[in-house]
Design a protein around this ligand. Structure first.
Ligand SMILES: *Cc1c(COP(=O)(O)O)cnc(C)c1O
Length: 395
């Protein structure tokens, strides 16, 4: 079965195993847990090196890993894609491949914190320049463009304030100056947003989140519109070694099958929870793209198929109230990460974003009282009852 024949995203996900294993007829993609592949003879071995066709060594190519790459490429509507050991391996591969000494990149100030710190602390050692700014305002990007700007890298919705970057407008700017636009699509997942279709050149995912969805594997992906660009990046990835392991790829392939079910169920829950939170007296402010109070609601509606299942909120009682809530809810696990089938709750200022300075956090809108909730697929009445119990203690 060719992926192009599958009309809808649900069918594509459910049939993510494609042909399965033709030799034995297994429906599920086998785990080719091998580091090497035998050559039938010396001539064929030499041919594989020469042409790049066929299998040699798992860091270079492996059938289980290939299957995942093909599904993800089809899900994002790309021409070429590759998976990596973690989401951060995808970010570092992207930086290594696209940026030279003296080049400049623009990223959003509330981008996934390590995506920012590796640029500021490590890539700067090689003479790469950067600006992390509020990219949700397109004029800020225009002002920050330099002659050497080669990469615009936005995360939308962004972590944890859910600020939205206008992908189409960013792609117009990137095209005009000959830069590449990369979009971290982890928060939306391919179910709710397809940046390549809106003009981006590269989509990045932490597969650890929604795509695997079961909080039991790590992974990353880069998906490209232009196959030449993709192949250039693939060479960097294969030699730097941030490739995926076959068992990891198999787990994530299994996760992909239920991706639409999970994303839509969690989103349905999140909409109800956001309404509940907005009306609770312990809450000062809430960030959720479907709410009327969300400043970029219209833009979110335009470029996304739904508001997703990430909610952030500030408690009137500040940090102390946040601690009380985190210590008193029973259902959401007190843990970082997001996009799992289970609900997760955390405090960005002291956890995921503690690596930023206080000033950087302030500029990115991450106040001390901000709590981030990744809504899962539990029964929504149970979740609301549990959150209410915790929030009532904060009054
Ligand atoms: C988690 C995450 C990453 C990094 O992914 P890892 O798999 O943890 O390396 C990058 N971007 C976003 C938006 C993330 O949430």
């Amino acid at each position: 079965m060719e992926f192009e024949d599958l009309e809808s995203i649900e069918t594509l996900c459910v049939h993510s195993d494609g042909k399965g294993d033709e030799k034995w007829g297994s429906v599920v993609t086998p785990i080719y847990q091998t580091s090497i592949f035998k050559f039938p003879n010396a001539e064929e071995g030499s041919k594989r090196f020469l042409t790049g066709k066929g299998y040699i060594y798992t860091r270079l190519k492996n059938p289980t890993i290939n299957q995942l790459e093909e599904v993800l490429t089809a899900l994002e509507g790309g021409s070429c894609g590759m998976v990596t050991s973690t989401g951060m391996a995808a970010v570092s591969t992207l930086y290594f491949s696209l940026l030279n000494k003296g080049d400049h990149m623009i990223g959003n100030d509330c981008i996934y914190a390590p995506s920012r710190t590796i640029m500021e602390k490590e890539f700067s050692r090689f003479g790469v320049e950067y600006s992390f700014i509020d990219t949700s305002n397109i004029n800020n990007i225009k002002k920050e463009i330099k002659k050497n700007t080669k990469l615009i890298f936005i995360e939308t919705p962004a972590n944890p304030t859910l600020k939205i970057g206008d992908i189409k407008k960013c792609s117009e700017i990137a095209k005009k100056i000959g830069a590449i636009l990369a979009v971290d699509n982890t928060f939306a997942s391919p179910i709710l947003q397809n940046p390549l279709k809106l003009g981006a050149d590269v989509v990045l995912h932490s597969l650890t989140k929604f795509i695997n969805g079961h909080s039991d594997a790590l992974g990353g992906a880069l998906i490209f519109k232009d196959p030449d660009l993709g192949n250039r990046v693939r060479k960097v990835l294969l030699n730097f070694g941030g490739t995926m392991d076959p068992h990891q790829a198999w787990l994530i392939l299994r996760g992909v099958k239920t991706l639409p079910l999970r994303v839509l169920t969690a989103q349905k829950n999140a909409k109800l929870i956001a309404n509940f939170l907005e009306n609770h007296k312990a809450i000062e402010k809430i960030y959720y793209p479907a709410l009327k109070s969300f400043p970029q609601r219209e833009l979110a509606k335009k470029q996304m198929k739904g508001p997703g299942s990430m909610i952030s909120f500030i408690l009137k009682g500040g940090y102390e109230a946040g601690v009380k809530l985190l210590n008193n809810v029973k259902i959401p696990a007190l843990a970082v990460s997001l996009g799992g089938i289970e609900s997760l709750i955390q405090h960005p200022a002291s956890m995921t974003h503690s690596g930023l300075t206080e000033k950087q956090r302030e500029e990115a809108g991450i106040s001390k009282g901000l709590v981030r909730l990744s809504v899962g697929c539990e029964n929504v009445r149970d979740l609301i009852r549990d959150l209410k119990k915790g929030l009532d203690l904060c009054l």
